[in-house]
Design a protein around this ligand. Structure first.
Ligand code: PGA
Length: 250
């Protein structure tokens, strides 16, 4: 059985002291879960969050990184820097990075490879726009995105990649994909991975849903056959709400 990963994506929210308070509140609320709990926090909060999460079952992730390990890239953070302070996960290719910071399938692919080279677990995001969905192109778009993102990886690496299917029109809008639509899209991603990397990999790869997940809709989504948890934006900013999502199966 695949485990569920419930990951918060704080985006550009919370100062270090707020991160510390959040983790102090969250830790006792999620200590008994069997689901993997991850918080992807702003760079500046990483170190404080790692210290606060010590001795808890909360894992810490970054929201982005560069693919090079050093060099003249003013303002960037390298994968080995994240690893050096104890970060475990890193979100790669979030639609906001693609939309506002010109990330492409090619740069996403480089970052996924750099994550593995530095022993970080990538959470790779794919998803279609509303226009693409309405044109009936959802499966074509997301399977192409995933094939390009994972191009050149070894099957064991694909097996250890976390994929987040996040329809762009559902992010931060309050609109959620129906659980059937989300499950079908995730199935299409799994089938594509089966085609390229075989059944063992496709059966064990963790694929989350993201886009307006909250405590009131998470159970329906996370109990679908192919949905292995979620990537949660807005609803991950409140510890009680996020804990309810983590504990959806309690
Ligand atoms: P949302 O964001 O839950 O606020 O829709 C999800 C995401 O962008 O990862």
């Amino acid at each position: 059985m695949r485990k569920k990963i419930i990951a918060g994506n704080w985006k550009m929210n919370k100062l270090p002291n707020e991160a510390i308070n959040f983790i102090d509140k969250l830790a006792p609320l999620v200590k008994d879960t069997e689901n993997e709990v991850v918080l992807c926090v702003p760079y500046i909060d990483l170190f404080y969050s790692l210290l606060s999460a010590q001795g808890t079952n909360i894992k810490i992730g970054a929201q982005n990184m560069h693919f090079e390990e050093n060099g003249a890239y003013t303002g960037e953070i390298a994968p080995n820097m994240l690893k050096a302070i104890g970060v475990e996960y890193v979100i790669i290719g979030h639609s906001e990075r693609r939309q506002y910071f010109n990330e492409t399938d090619a740069s996403v692919n480089k970052k996924v490879k750099a994550a593995f080279a530095n022993d970080l677990k990538p959470i790779v995001c794919v998803g279609e726009t509303l226009q693409e969905r309405e044109a009936g192109k959802t499966e074509e778009i997301i399977t192409q995105q995933i094939a390009l993102a994972l191009e050149g990886l070894m099957p064991e690496q694909v097996q250890n990649t976390v994929i987040a299917y996040e329809p762009i029109w559902a992010i931060g809008t309050g609109k959620t994909a129906t659980s059937e639509d989300a499950n079908n899209a995730i199935k299409a991603i799994r089938d594509k991975i089966c085609q390229i990397y075989g059944q063992n990999v496709s059966k064990s790869v963790i694929i989350q849903y993201g886009g307006s997940v909250k405590s009131t809709n998470c159970q329906e989504l996370f109990t679908m056959t192919d949905i292995d948890g979620g990537l949660i934006g807005g609803a991950s900013l409140d510890p009680e709400e996020f804990a309810k999502i983590v504990n959806y199966d309690k």
